[in-house]
Structures are given as C-alpha cells and as structure tokens.
Design a binder for this molecule. Sequence first.
Ligand code: CDP
Length: 784
Amino acid sequence: MAVETPLKGNIGDSIKRKEDDRFIRGRGNYLDDIVLPGMLYMAIHRSPFAHARIKSINTDAAQAVPGVVAVVTGALLAQHKLAWMPTLSGDTQAVLATDKVRFQGQEVACVIATDPYVARDAAMLVEVDYDVLPAVVTPQQALQPDAPLIRDEKEGQTSNHIYHWEAGDKAKTDEAFAKADRVVKLDTFYPRCHPSPLETCGIVADVNSATGHATLYMTSQAPHAHRTLFAIVAGLPEQNIRIISPDIGGGFGNKVPIYPGYVVATAASLLIGKPVKWVEDRSENLISTGFARDFHMSGEMALRNDGRMLGLRVKLLSDNGAFYADAQPTKFKAGLFHIVTGSYDVAAAHVEADGAYTNKAPGGVAYRCSFRVTEASYLIERLVESAALEMNLDPADIRLKNFIQPEQFPYMSATGFEYDSGNYPKAMQLALDKLGYKELRKEQAEKRKKGELMGIGVASFTEVVGAGPGKHYDIAGLRMFDSAELRVHPTGKAILKLGVKSQGQGHETTFAQIVTEELGIPAADIEVQEGDTDNTPYGLGTYASRSTPVGGAATAMVSRKLRDKAKKIAAHLLEASEADIEFDHGKFFVRGSPSKSKTIQDVAFAAYTNLPDGMEAGLEGVTYYDPPNMTFPFGTYLVVVDIDRGTGQVKVRRMVAVDDCGVRINPMIVEGQLHGGLTEGFGIAFMQLITFDEEGNCLGSNFTDYLLPTAWETPKFEMGETVTPSPHHPIGAKGVGESATVGSPAAFVNAVIDAVGHLGIKNIDMPVTSDKVWTALKEAGGAE
Ligand code: CDP
C-alpha cells in the first residue's frame, strides 16, 4: 500500500490554511474582540439629509444622559484643526460637518460614553437645525450649469466637476475610426455597489496622554500607509503611532480609506485620556463607507467587416459622491481604467474620463478590483458582445480573431501598459471544451425555434495587478513597493513579517509556502506576521490583488538572500568551497557527493553557533521589493442561462471559469479566492444595487434591500486553469484575488443578452433583475 507523504508546503501544494485552526474554532481576534481597561465607546450622529446647511447643533440633551463622557462636534474639532482631513486622492473630506452636510449619513457629531448602548441612545438626542438644500443625485445632474454647488467651501471650486483625465492617442484613434467599415456603440452604467464585508469597519484608539503614544487597533488593509497619514493629519510624531490591524473579516477595498470615525475616536482618546472604541453597524457601513463603481460608460469600437477590431474610444463619467476619496495611484485620476483594451490587439485607443461631485457618500472604492479595472473589463467585454450581436458573429470567434497572440508578449497596449505574459486562445479553448460550447449552440438554436430563451455568455478578461513600480504608482505620494523580513531561529524555525495585511486571503499559509520553496523550511515551522506597524517592515498594504505580486516577490527575494548566506555557512560546515555547494529543497550538498550534506536546520543552528571567521551571526534579512512591472492575470468565463418569458427570471444553468494567474502557490486557496469572486460577480450582475431617491435618500441601507447572494442562489462553478508564469516575478506568480469579480459580471450579463439579443434587446444594465428582463422582453414583444 502506498504511503502518502505529508505535504511540506512547497509551491503547488494545496496544504490546509494554517489560520483556519483559530478561525474555525471561533478563536480569531477581531477588532470588536479587543477590550481595554477603562475603554469608552463612541457612536455617531449622522445627517438625515443629503444636502443641508447646518444652522445650529445642540448637544445639551445628549450631554445630560448618564454615562455620556463627551459630545464631539465639528466646531470642537475645528479648534484642533481636525474638522477636515485630506483624502487619498488629494481632496479634502469633512471629519464632522461644520458648515453643510453633503450626503445622507454624513458624520455630524460623536458621543463618547461608558457603554455602547448609552452612546447610541445619546447620539439620537443630538439636535441639529438644518436648512435643507436641493440634492444632486447623478453626475449628469451635477454637471448642469444651474446645479447646486456641493463643495462651496473649496476655494476656486465653481462647479461640481472634479477632474478631466485622458489616456491613449486621440489622433491615432480618430484615424482608426475613419478607416473602419463599421462602428459599434454601447452606453452602459456600472451601478453603485458595496463591498459589504462580514466585519464592518472600526477602531479602538488608545492614546496615552502621559507618553503621547497612540496605539490604534484598526480594521485597516494598509496599516503602514495609514500610520503615515495619521501622522500627517493629526500632527502626531510617527514614531509614537502604532497601528495594529488584528484579524480582519473581509475587506474587499472597504477598509482602505481613512474614515471620519477613526479620526474622531483618536482625537477623543487623546482629549479624554482613555481608550475609545468605535464599530460601525451594518447600515452605517452600507450608507457611509466605501462605495464602489458608479461609472457611466460610453464605448465605441471601430471594426472591419470581418470582425477585426481597429480602434476603441471610451468616455466615462464617474459619480464620486461628496468627497473625492478614491484610493488610487495619484497619476491616474480614473485609476487603471485604461486597461480597457482588455485581451485584444487594438492598435489605437483613447479614453476620456470626468468625475463629478454628487450628494452621495464618497465612492470610488476599488471593491475587489485593481483601481477601476473591473469597470474597464465590464465595458470591453460588453462592447465585444454588442459587436458580435450586431455583426452576427459568434462571440467566441470574434474574441479569438482579436486576441493578442502568445508570441506578441511582452505586448504594449494602445494605452501604455506592457502586458507581461499571456495565452488567451488556450484559456478560451479550454473553457469552450469544458462547457461543450458547440453542442450548446446547437441546443440554443433548437430552443429558439420553439420560442425558448437560452443564452451563452462569454467574457475573456485581462487584469492588471500588483502595483508598483513605485516610479509610476503611488498612493498619496507613497511609492507602491512592499516588503518582507525573515528571521530564521537557531532551531530552524522562522518568522516572516510582511508589509501586506490579509483580510482572510490565507497569507499565513501561502507566504510561508514561498519560504518553504526557497529555503526548504516546512510551512508549519514558519510563523507569518502582518498588520502591526511596530513589528513589520513598511509596506503599502493589501488591496488590488497586490500581495502576491509584490509582497510575495519580496518574500522570495528575502529567502534567496538568506539562502546565499546559508550557502556560505554550509560550505564552512562541509569544509568545501562555496562554489561547489548546491541546494535542493532544504539540503545543501557538495556537488557530486549528495551524501555529504547539511540541512537548512543544521545551517540555521550554525548561524548562531559555528560561523566562518569574520561572518556576522544570525540568519535574517529584509527586502523591500519594487516590482519592475505589474502582472496581468487573465481568463475566460462562460455562462449558460435559461430565461422564463413569463417572469423574466434568469436561471444560471452552468458557469465555467478558466483562470490563469501564473504559478499557483496554493491551488486550493486560489480556487477559494475564485469561488468568492465569482459569487460576488454573480451578486453584482443579478442582485446588488445601492440606489438613491431624488432627495438623495439611500435606498440600500440594509441586507433586505441590498441583496447578497447566498448558497441558495449562487450557481455551481466548474473551474479550469492554465499556467502562464509572469516572466518578471521571482516565482512566476500573478495576483488572483480579484480576477473573478473583475471578469464574471460581463459573462453573466452577456449570457442574458445572448438569450434575448435576437429580439432586439441590446443592453440591460446591472443588476439584471427579473423585472428589468421582463420589461425589456415586453417592450420587444417577447414576453409571455
Ligand atoms: O492581495 P491579495 O492577498 O488580496 O490577493 P492575491 O495576491 O491575489 O492573493 C490572494 C491569495 O491567493 C493569497 O493567499 C495568495 O498567496 C494566493 N495566491 C496563490 O496561491 N497563487 C497565486 N498565483 C496568486 C495568489
């Protein structure tokens, strides 16, 4: 009988997640688990109006409630120059409103009390006298000449327009359009949605008034960057600030920005001299923090009659809410949207983007997305579908005809990205074969004859993840590198400290596996630490699927640094020349005599006990890694739907997802990431919508209105993979965390349009709900 060797945790091993031991047993340590002696609790009084001038604020009733320690208003913060704070995109945002409220749910006052429920009750007693102003709820409305001015406090701001930004070559694109046989157009809207992680945002601020040290436990995806920004905003010396991100129950971009609640709790702790805890409830999370998307997109594609793409022209209008707070590289006002040429060899492209203020909570969070890549991927994949429909071409064929070919990599896109590697036809072919595409097309034709609606959706996405390089990409001026520090102890066990921060992605397992591969120390012997700024090297954090491309590369490089030193020690132990020492999976041996060997554990011990003369003791190091380029994961997603003509109900019959994220460190974890992302993509496509009425009231402030998919609705996913390593990443890995959220919404919507397109229905904006489908069918004369 074959005996199974336990997996050591090398790259490619699907070992179980190390962190799940504590998560599954309920032993995680999340923000709300933190209780400090003498801790006070904060609750926020929020604006009921979307746009209103504040005439007065009366805090007497709140102040009088037994247990209330303080009521903080904007006026009090203004005395400490903290009423406004800078945003990650260089705008300003009110911490607590002083002059006006600019969105429903905006923070107006905070109550600090000895008990969380007392704080909440008292917050309701804050009385604010408002002069209600007309609300602006769409960017189109915001840009009308007579629109009310939202940011009237900003010097020189005379309209609601925020930015104009362009990418690509306009003249070349115009030429391509002039030569085209035909132009296909699509206007579409990627609606406002919300990352809604299981755990909401929060902070426990503990400022020691004697020492001036601030320990801030925060649900932060980027603790180091947040520390620097806190130092700048609050004027605290940076060495006195320690940010600790404990276990995080999902982030998806929601925990990247700095929210007013963090700032007020810190200021309150500083002024009162006691720790202050603030944790959002679900509605607060949904109405005030971190919205995503809200992009109005207009695409035009120039094509030859045979379906070959010649050019792409895109216009965007972004609804940024009342404060432009997007976290994105400062040089790119519309994020990395210019990846919009996607997987296609398009010679010319031009993108124009404008942003507008509206009376909504600040948006622009990259919800499981690399800075607007999701919107770009959606637009191009929907536009290709429109071209196929209008030109009567097969949606798979038109893609195969236009894909960047494997031999074209590295490929320079028309908007300036150098794609590192890819094999798009291979991924698509695998997906088509897995689905049985040809047979399903025959079935569709048969069904159509009988009047039944069946659709097959195709989407072939290309992402761009892993920012930097630092010279091109920065957040609030901080260059986008990342770091890893590795210490190997005398017994051969190790601690790896990282600048990135997991929110549930399994870093404690996969980053240990990189060390296992490079040094041979079993993953079980490697403790991975993240999230404590006093104890981990500086990094820009985890979002935009950058941990593996950047932090993972840093981990491989620091392991190699240690391996080089270990080799010297091994040569000393084996009494051989360093040039003759070879390394293989944790063993150093003399070339030609494999029996003469030392393990990495022997070498680690010697690093502290038996060193060559003149060598420094210890086996540890740190690497700050600035990637030479981004990584470009890709894939093909196929969806089969059946639609009921009587109700408009869409049933997803099958979904095949073929992904290529280069070398997979832990295939099981990658699959888990993809399942999560596909589920979110399904939710966005069919269910999730945060909308507003004409007065700016948010209509999606709870989980009965804002629908998250459960296991009941979510389709079964059939997975496939191809592996095209990244040539510049030390272990060939690309990011994967967001691929499925980026790629899948278009596949779902394309499937619906594929089913109803022959009736003349060209577009249905997300979420594609039964009523929208039925209404479109009715208008087209296809409803029952
Ligand atoms: O930055 P974030 O952790 O959200 O995204 P990521 O770098 O794409 O990684 C998500 C998870 O998948 C991590 O645990 C990775 O190490 C793992 N992964 C992997 O095993 N192989 C890859 N090629 C990419 C990611």
